[in-house]
Write a protein that binds this ligand. Structure first.
Ligand code: HEM
Length: 148
């Protein structure tokens, strides 16, 4: 079964393409580092989860590399929306990876989800928030399925 309607999926893919600023990986790594910085401010206990990627300095190359992996990871999910079986595999793989870290809570994902929801439209013409919610909420739900 589909994760969201074809129309919504197309809208979300179009938005994500625009947000990448012509495939500007540097912008994506900075943008996502900023989302994580907001999360660490609200939930200071999360900083320690990012020890191996220098979470203490979100401007460091190590943390921006991490942030780019996350940004691209979201892109992988979004660009798999037309292929529901592949998206199921992608999200369950991400779910297992995050569960294995230990200490990651659904609330942290929900914070990032809400921050993206509130800010993503800035980078996109004609951002369709309903389409975004319809497609992205189930993706986050699937990735967090194995977290507390
Ligand atoms: C919004 C959706 C998210 C996606 C698509 C995502 C994706 C990823 C990816 C692709 C990796 C790298 C896996 C690897 O190559 O080993 C990763 C690592 C990680 N993620 Fe996420 N992530 C998301 C949200 C979050 C959130 C909200 C947290 C909150 C704590 C989090 C915590 C971590 C941690 C601790 C790591 C391991 C860092 C390391 O390499 O040491 N992620 N994530």
């Amino acid at each position: 079964t589909m994760w969201c309607s074809l129309e919504d999926a197309n809208s979300v893919m179009d938005s994500f393409r625009q947000s990448r600023n012509g495939d500007n990986a540097i912008a994506a790594s900075k943008g996502f580092a900023a989302y994580f910085a907001g999360m660490m401010q609200k939930y200071p206990e999360t900083t320690a989860l990012f020890t191996y990627v220098n979470g203490a300095d979100v401007h460091s190359p190590e943390f921006r590399a991490h942030s780019l992996r996350v940004a691209i990871g979201i892109g992988i999910c979004i660009f798999a929306l037309h292929d529901p079986e592949v998206l199921t595999e992608i999200t369950s793989h991400l779910a297992a990876q995050h569960a294995a870290v230990g200490g990651i809570k659904v609330a942290y994902f929900d914070f990032i989800r809400q921050l993206m929801r509130a800010t993503f439209g800035q980078f996109v013409d004609n951002f369709n928030l309903d389409a975004w919610d319809n497609c992205f909420d189930p993706i986050i739900k699937a990735i967090t399925a194995r977290l507390d």
